[in-house]
Design a protein around this ligand. Structure first.
Ligand code: TMP
Length: 247
């Protein structure tokens, strides 16, 4: 291929958008990822949702290992490298190809979780964590990051616990989770152009409106009305499933 053809191809290549959702336990990330994904798809944008650790067959196996409560002897450095291994696979197998196609990729947790949980939470040197993050990310940096904040670490943990047996990280103790939540606030303060803190204390629609404000600049095709409609649809279908469960 000639240089001119390469330049032409690059200039007209579709542009994907990578957005991450972060936060402590039980902050409502999956709800707001589902709402944003529905609104983006309705606007015609291919949208891929992935989660960390996981999102690939290999990553889901690694997720099983790192969250298994019976692995309570796992050393902090082993934990760090399992998260990074799952990330390296996800970026290579799913995220970069989707971005090359021009898709929106919404990722439930990414590098900021490693800084919050393994550096602030476990006490691993932050520079070391940031260095291995950089290697696993292979040059990928989120265009925007939403930190969803539960009213408190305790409230988030009890919401997460209501979903089933607590995993190894959810069992790490209140002081650990307080450090994690403080870390997310510090990360947002240090990088306000990328990271927005959104409280999930408000109604689902108000929270969705705050998410919209944080991502509107990177998704010009998205309207506030479309996102609010997706939030209402999501709330209605969650209420329907709850009613069916009770019946
Ligand atoms: P979740 O996806 O259900 O939130 O579970 C993932 C758990 O793993 C959660 O407790 C946060 C934790 N975690 C880390 O400790 N480090 C990381 O790098 C990532 C991505 C998650």
């Amino acid at each position: 291929m000639t240089c001119d053809a390469e330049r032409f191809e690059r200039a007209f290549a579709p542009v994907g958008v990578f957005v991450t959702f972060e936060g402590g336990e039980g902050a409502g990330k999956s709800t707001h990822i589902a709402i944003l994904a529905a609104a983006l798809r309705a606007s015609g944008r291919e949208t891929v949702c992935v989660r960390e650790p996981g999102g690939t067959a290999i990553g889901e196996q690694l997720r099983g290992v790192v969250l298994d409560p019976s692995n309570d002897e796992m050393a902090p450095l082993c934990e760090l490298f399992v998260y990074e291994a799952a990330r390296a696979q996800l970026v290579r197998e799913k995220v970069l190809p989707a971005l090359e196609r021009g898709a929106a990729v919404l990722c439930d947790r990414f590098c900021d979780s490693t800084v919050a949980y393994q550096a602030y939470g476990r006490g691993i040197d932050e520079r070391a964590v940031r260095l291995v993050n950089e290697v696993a990310c292979q040059g990928l940096v989120p265009a925007r990051t939403i930190v969803l904040e539960a009213p408190s670490a305790a409230a988030g943990l009890s919401r997460a616990a209501s979903a089933g047996d607590p995993d190894r990280l959810e069992r790490a103790g209140a002081a650990f989770h307080d450090r994690v939540n403080a870390a997310f606030r510090a990360i947002a303060q240090a990088d306000p152009d990328r990271v927005a803190v959104v409280s999930s204390r408000a109604s689902i629609e108000d929270t969705a409106a705050a998410v919209y404000a944080a991502v509107a600049a990177v998704f010009p095709e998205l309207s506030l009305e479309a996102l609010l409609r997706a939030a209402r649809d999501h709330a209605a279908s969650a209420a329907r499933s709850k009613r069916e469960e009770r019946a």
